[in-house]
Design a protein around this ligand. Structure first.
Ligand SMILES: Cc1cc2nc3c(=O)[nH]c(=O)nc-3n(C[C@H](O)[C@H](O)[C@H](O)COP(=O)(O)O)c2cc1C
Length: 216
């Protein structure tokens, strides 16, 4: 069945996209307003887009006719931290998604603590296993008011207990126990070993002749 987005109402487009493009990693974004007030909120319109240079992308929807605090702070300050969400932090992450009044300290409300960043002004969330310090590379406002943020990743913090070999930058990724956003209003996915499988990349020489890609 084909759904043509040129004619489909926006709520139906959203339902289809949000329930099929899964799992989505969650960026738990910390920012500060001009007075230095800390803000935290989760965003699953998020992914790593490039390693050279290191760049990630975020999509922040408008709030009615206005802006979410995260979007306003990123526009004003140009810096933010993407904290990654372990399963143990799912509940506090959900608390910070509540539409609090601007100026509310969402971290304190969720029982979490800030830790100073090294290269940007907004702090990271001390309890998260990984945090990416970012500076705005580009901002694109879509006609709907959604803000597409590309961020240069300046530094990465990781809980040393999650490293297998710091010198070689080998991470014990399953031990991060990160979660992803699934469908509906409240489904999430684990990245636990039971759900993982390994599939090495294929070398062209290993393919049978009929499967070998020919010249185009
Ligand atoms: C898991 C999760 C993922 C979310 N992803 C997004 C997203 O990608 N874009 C968005 O605009 N809102 C997203 N939200 C909603 C925001 O977190 C919510 O609007 C929040 O109140 C924004 O806070 P702020 O005004 O402090 O920036 C998400 C909520 C949850 C729980």
């Amino acid at each position: 069945m084909l759904f043509d987005f040129a004619t489909l109402p926006r709520d139906k487009r959203a339902k289809l996209l949000l329930s099929t493009v899964v799992p989505r990693p969650i960026a738990w974004v910390t920012t500060q307003d001009e007075a230095g007030q800390l803000n935290a909120a989760p965003f699953s319109f998020f992914n790593l887009l490039s390693t050279e240079p290191p760049v990630l992308g975020l999509g922040i929807a408008p709030r009615g006719a206005g802006r979410k605090d995260t979007a306003a702070n990123i526009r004003a300050g140009g810096e933010f931290v993407v904290n990654l969400v372990s399963a143990a932090l799912a509940q506090p992450m959900n608390v910070t998604a509540v539409d609090f009044e601007a100026g509310t300290d969402e971290l304190a409300t969720a029982g979490l603590h800030p830790a100073a960043s090294d290269t940007v002004a907004p702090p990271r969330i001390a309890e998260t296993p990984v945090a990416l310090e970012c500076r705005v590379l580009s901002l694109t406002e879509l006609p709907s008011g959604s803000l597409i943020v590309l961020g240069s990743i300046l530094a990465l913090h990781i809980d040393p207990a999650r490293l297998l070999d710091a010198e070689r930058c080998h991470v014990d990724t399953p031990s991060l126990d990160l979660i992803g956003r699934m469908h509906g209003a409240g489904w999430y996915a684990h990245t636990r070993p039971a759900g993982l499988f390994e599939m090495p990349r294929i070398q062209p020489a290993a393919l049978a002749p009929a499967q070998t890609p020919g010249p185009r």
